[in-house]
Design a protein around this ligand. Sequence first.
Ligand code: FAD
Length: 364
Amino acid sequence: MKIYDFVVVGAGPSGSYTAFKLSRVGFKVLVIDKYEFPRDKLCGGCLSKRIEGFIPQGLKNLVKNEIKGGTIGYRGSSYITKFSDDTIAYIIHRRDFDNFLLESARESGAEFIPACEFESFITDKDWIKVHTSKGVFFTKYLVGADGFYSKVLKRLGFKRRKYYRAVEVFIKGELSERVIIELGYVKRGYLWVFPSGEGTVSVGIASTGSENIALILRDYVERKFGVKDVRCKGWFIPFSEKAEDINTGKGNILLVGDSANMTDPLLGEGIFYGLWGGELLFKSALKDFDYVWEYYMDYVRKEMVPEFVYAGKIASLAYRFQKVAFRMGRGKALERYIDLLKGIRGYKHIYRRGLIDFFLSLLG
Ligand SMILES: Cc1cc2nc3c(=O)[nH]c(=O)nc-3n(C[C@H](O)[C@H](O)[C@H](O)COP(=O)(O)OP(=O)(O)OC[C@H]3O[C@@H](n4cnc5c(N)ncnc54)[C@H](O)[C@@H]3O)c2cc1C
């Protein structure tokens, strides 16, 4: 009987990156995904520059647009733009990017079974029996990297608690080297316009409220781009703003990426954090193969959770006082965020420095 070290459910960025790291040092890894690859995934495709620290060589070939600046808007009428001297983010297409990470994992020795759906698992003393649509596999550790509707999370008996609803549409439009973030359209969340390469832009809204975000998006696209009655698609972004929101799994069942709620509560950036989660899981496996979850939980709590806690504090202030948050763009707030995207500073720094500016902006 073949027993894998890790069976990874889901070949999105979190699963493939985790598999890439683990297989590169000799662990026996199997990745399964319910789809054939390459496959599409609804996403703005914006990667902050700090992701470079994780990515295997070859990212630059996938980049559709290098972002050097950002515009913050308020209800489509007032705008503030700031540029950096160098790149702060990359725009990629998920179809290519996810496939690239999966291929990197396979080149490192991971096996991949496409169109293979995870169904359930049974734990024994020495191994886990994984039931899928393509048969049964045995493994020491099962990694749930199966996104928002994670069946691994459900089988562990957990439920999703905090998430953005998001809608997005790709239309013809010119935007280069910058992204636009608009406040004032939804109660807690924002609207984005990202360049998407080849004369297209992605326009989307993320909100934790109950507004009709598809309607708001349609109105915006018609007003700003003159395109009527667009049909947008929707999905969800689970996020964490407290230690107890993050779910790293239990025992020999580990969770990473969206399935673990590893998305930032301010803007819903998930790809960077999914890869970071994979990095921490890998570090834990190297530390002690018998106690991977214990180390993983500890690293996540110490390293990633503080970022989400401070991002959450910023989100609750910024979305409650959106006009004030917009006005802060004239000061140092946008520049500080640019530094975060480059990996120079974290959310703690932005929060602490921004608090004084915030109170000053409240005064007008
Ligand atoms: C509209 C929208 C825009 C976004 N824009 C951005 C952005 O610009 N930048 C950013 O960083 N983040 C963005 N995000 C968030 C980002 O898409 C996610 O955080 C990211 O995809 C998480 O990666 P993952 O690998 O954890 O999960 P996923 O990418 O969701 O991958 C999960 C994989 O698991 C597979 N799977 C699911 N169930 C099973 C099963 N039972 N058996 C086998 N396989 C299974 C799926 O087929 C999928 O391939 C956006 C999200 C949305 C909804």
